[in-house]
Design a protein around this ligand. Structure first.
Ligand SMILES: Nc1ncnc2c1ncn2[C@@H]1O[C@H](COP(=O)(O)OP(=O)(O)OP(=O)(O)O)[C@@H](O)[C@H]1O
Ligand SMILES: [Mg+2]
Length: 454
C-alpha cells in the first residue's frame, strides 16, 4: 500500500462524512483498542446506551435492510449467526420509520414466538433500552405487541396456518422457516395477507435444501434478496457454552456445512436417502385407511441427561402397504423421560405397540416402559447387523414411493439425507428404520436375515 506521507490529505470534516456509516466494529479495528476506550470515556451514560442500542453501528452488512425493490429478504445463516437479532432490529427500524403498522410474526409454535422472537435474548423486547419511550408492550393473552406509535404485531404459528387467513399485513418476519413442519399452507396464507402498502417479508433461517428454500434462492426470483452469514462471523457475540455445544456437534461434519456455514447442501452421492425422493413422496395429511400404527424407540441409556438424542418415531401403515411417518418426537430425554413419551404417544395415536431397540439397556428398556404403563405391548429388537444393512431396505421403500413423510420432519430428514452408512447412525434415523422395518419390511428375507425378529 502507498505510504500515508505520499497521499493527498483531506479535512477531518470530509473524512467524518465519508466514514459516518462505518459500523462500530470497524471503527474499533481501525483506531485500535486504546483510542476506542478513550472515546468511550468521553461519552456519558445516555450516550453509551444510545450507542449500544444503535443497530446500524453494530450490524454486519448482511444484517441490514438491503437496498432495492425486493418483497422478500431471505437471510440464510448458520446457528447463532445473528438471525433473530436481525429480524428484531429490522422490525424496530420499520416501525420507527412508519413502514410497519400491521406486522405478522411467524414461528413454528407459539412458544418459539414468545421465547425467541418476542422475549428472547435477541427478540423484539430486547432490542429496546430500558425506559425507551418507543419500546412496545407485549400483550401475551392477545398474542400481540403494540408500539406507542400505533404499530402492532400479531403472532402466528405454522401449527395453525388458518389464523393467517383474513388479516392483512404490511410487514412479516418469519423465523426459522426451514424447520417448519408444513410450509406450503402457511406461506400461501401469509403471502395472500401481505397486501398493505409497500409490504415486505423478512425470513431468517438456517437453510435446508428443501424445495421452498431452493425456489427462493433461484436466480429468476427478482423479488427475493438473499444475504448470507456464518456462525463464525458472530463468534465474538456468542456465549462459550453455546459455541462449545454447536462446534462439538457440527464442526468438520457435513451437516456442519449447513448448520454453521449456511450452505444449501444438495443430495450427496452415497447417502441412502435424497431430499428429492422425500419431497416427491411427501403428503400433507395422513390417509384415512391406516390399519396399523407403531411407536419406534431408539433409546439412549444414561444415568444423566446427555446431549445424545433418543429417537422416537410414530409410523402408520395402510392396507396397501404404504408407510406414513406421523410424528418425530425425538429429543434428549432421561430414561424415564423417553419411556413416558413413548407411552404417551402409544395412547395418543392408539398405536398397536412400541418397538424398541434393546442394544443399549437390554431388558431394562422394557421394564422402564412398563413402569409407566404395564399394559403397553412392547417388542424389543436387537440390532445385530450393521446399520447400513438395516437401513438399506427402508431406503429402498422410500425410493419405490412406498414411504411418505406427513408434513416435514426437518431434523429427521437431515439425518436421513446426510447418512452415508459408516460410523454411528443418528438416533432419529435408527428409530425411523425400526419403525419402517417393523411395519413394512418384517418377514422379507434379505441376505438370509429375517427382518424384524427381535
Ligand atoms: N452484529 C452484531 N453485533 C453484536 N451482537 C450481535 C450481532 N449479531 C448478533 N448479535 C448477538 O449474537 C447473539 C446471537 O444472535 P441471535 O440469537 O440473533 O442468533 P441466531 O442466528 O438467531 O441463533 P440461533 O441459531 O440459536 O437461533 C445474540 O446475543 C445477539 O444479540
Ligand atoms: Mg434465532
Amino acid at each position: 500500500m502507498t505510504p500515508a506521507s505520499a497521499l493527498q490529505p483531506i479535512s477531518p470534516e470530509a473524512a467524518a462524512g465519508l466514514l459516518s456509516n462505518l459500523p462500530i466494529r470497524k471503527v474499533k479495528e481501525l483506531v485500535g483498542e486504546e483510542v476506542f476506550r478513550d472515546y468511550l470515556d468521553t461519552l456519558n451514560g445516555q450516550q453509551l446506551t444510545h450507542l449500544l442500542y444503535d443497530w446500524r453501528s453494530w450490524a454486519r452488512p448482511e444484517q441490514i435492510n438491503p437496498p432495492g425493490d425486493w418483497s422478500i429478504w431471505l437471510y440464510l445463516a448458520g446457528r447463532g449467526a445473528g438471525k433473530t437479532r436481525t429480524g428484531a432490529e429490522w422490525i424496530k427500524e420499520r416501525v420507527e420509520n412508519g413502514k410497519a403498522r400491521f406486522i405478522a410474526l411467524v414461528s413454528q409454535a407459539a412458544a418459539d414466538a414468545r421465547d425467541v422472537m418476542v422475549e428472547g435474548e435477541s427478540g423484539i423486547l430486547a432490542v429496546y433500552a430500558q425506559n425507551d419511550p418507543n419500546a412496545p408492550k407485549y400483550e401475551p393473552s392477545k398474542r400481540r405487541i403494540v408500539w406507542p406509535n400505533g404499530a402492532q404485531a400479531t403472532i402466528y404459528t405454522a401449527e395453525d396456518p388458518d389464523q393467517l387467513r383474513g388479516p392483512s399485513h404490511d410487514t412479516a418476519w418469519v423465523d426459522e422457516i426451514a424447520a417448519f413442519r408444513n410450509i406450503p399452507d402457511l406461506w400461501s396464507n401469509l403471502m395472500l395477507g401481505l397486501r398493505l402498502g409497500d409490504s415486505k417479508c423478512f425470513i431468517s433461517t438456517t437453510p435446508r435444501a428443501i424445495k421452498f428454500i431452493k425456489d427462493l434462492v433461484h436466480p429468476d426470483r427478482t423479488d427475493v434478496y438473499v444475504t448470507k452469514g456464518r456462525t463464525r462471523d458472530n463468534y465474538a457475540n456468542l456465549s462459550k457454552p453455546f459455541l462449545n455445544e454447536i462446534i462439538t456437534k457440527y464442526e468438520g461434519t457435513r451437516l456442519g456445512r449447513q448448520e454453521l456455514e449456511a450452505e444449501i447442501l444438495e443430495d450427496i452421492e452415497g447417502a441412502l436417502w435424497s431430499r428429492s425422493t422425500l419431497d416427491k413422496n411427501r403428503v400433507d395429511k395422513a390417509p384415512d385407511d391406516i390399519i396399523k400404527i407403531i411407536v419406534a424407540l431408539d433409546p439412549t441409556v444414561a444415568t444423566i441427561e446427555t446431549a445424545t438424542e433418543t429417537g422416537i418415531i410414530v409410523m402408520g401403515k395402510t392396507a396397501k402397504g404404504h408407510g406414513y411417518c406421523l410424528a418425530d418426537k425425538s429429543s434428549t430425554f432421561s430414561p424415564s423421560g423417553w419411556a413416558k413419551k413413548a407411552v404417551e404417544l402409544y395412547h395418543q395415536w392408539e398405536a398397536n405397540r412400541i418397538v424398541a431397540e434393546k442394544n443399549n439397556g437390554g431388558e431394562m428398556v422394557d421394564l422402564t416402559i412398563k413402569t409407566h404403563d404395564k399394559t403397553v405391548p412392547v417388542k424389543l429388537v436387537w440390532a445385530s447387523r450393521g446399520k447400513l444393512i438395516r437401513a438399506e431396505p427402508v431406503a429402498a421403500l422410500d425410493e419405490q414411493g412406498k414411504l411418505h413423510m406427513v408434513g416435514s420432519y426437518p431434523k429427521l430428514e437431515d439425518e436421513l439425507c446426510t447418512y452415508e452408512g459408516d460410523g454411528d447412525s443418528p438416533n432419529r434415523l435408527d428409530a425411523y428404520v425400526w419403525a419402517a422395518t417393523d411395519l413394512l419390511v418384517s418377514g422379507i428375507r434379505r441376505r438370509g436375515i429375517v427382518w424384524g425378529r427381535g
